[in-house]
Design a protein around this ligand. Sequence first.
Ligand SMILES: [Ca+2]
Length: 297
Amino acid sequence: MGPGRVTPHPSVSEPAVVAPGTSAPSVCLGWQATGGTLPIREGSLWQQFSSGYVEAMGLGTSRRQALDCQQLFLAGERSSGVFQIQPLGSQPFKVYCDMTAEGGWTVIQRRLDGSVDFDQLWEAYRNGFGDLNIPYVSGDFWLGLEKTYHIVQEGRYNLSIELQDWEGNSQLIQFLFSLGGENTAYTLSLLGPVSGELENALGDFRQLPFSTRDQDNDFKADTNCAKHLSGWWFSTCGHANLNGKYFRSIPRQRHERKQGIFWKTWKGRYYPLKSTTLKIRPRGTFPHISSCLAGRV
Ligand SMILES: [Ca+2]
């Protein structure tokens, strides 16, 4: 069975924990040989994907791919950088992992220096664009809606939004979210209360489809916000746009500033922000286990 195929395992109903010194079944030896641990998250996921997970991780072949950056963190990785992951049902792809004290964040958007044009069409926003990693220098990028969608299918994820202005101030907003597939126009749904110091600027809506200049899914009937701004989860045009035009200094003209990166409830509609990061991490994790399936396979 190839990576990514999922077959529910009939005999596994809960996460298995292996006592120190317990010998693991032979199917697990490939995993043990890597010296790694097997991170497990939501219990329901374990039930659903246990067997497929093992296959996806390539046990017995010394080949394994993490499902996201949090799994790499749980497996002991502590350095931020570019890693290859493979969510279930997806081809492997590279992501930038922001390893923090609290865990491994998978970065889905980053604006640092204006090195990448974010005025892109639907296909580009679906597939991703930009520089995940110029060697030794990290640039601007959009991971891609389809890749993000595949990652967040595996559990309950927090979205963390970090903003910086030009005076050295930063702000943070976090909330539990889900992302629909392309058939929903990658609708972003807020699933819980918004935390952080920053008021929500997505508007009063709990669900927002994504729009680009060639796909108008916003809630403003007479116009396409993305045609004048960029691809984003627009409700009406004025709440937030973190994919806007990058300005290295604040333009004097209001109509220019309007096109910039903004978050209305922090610095206002006409303040182009200096940098932004969007990153995701599963909300809950089971303690990772130190061996394989302990007789359950
Ligand atoms: Ca519209």
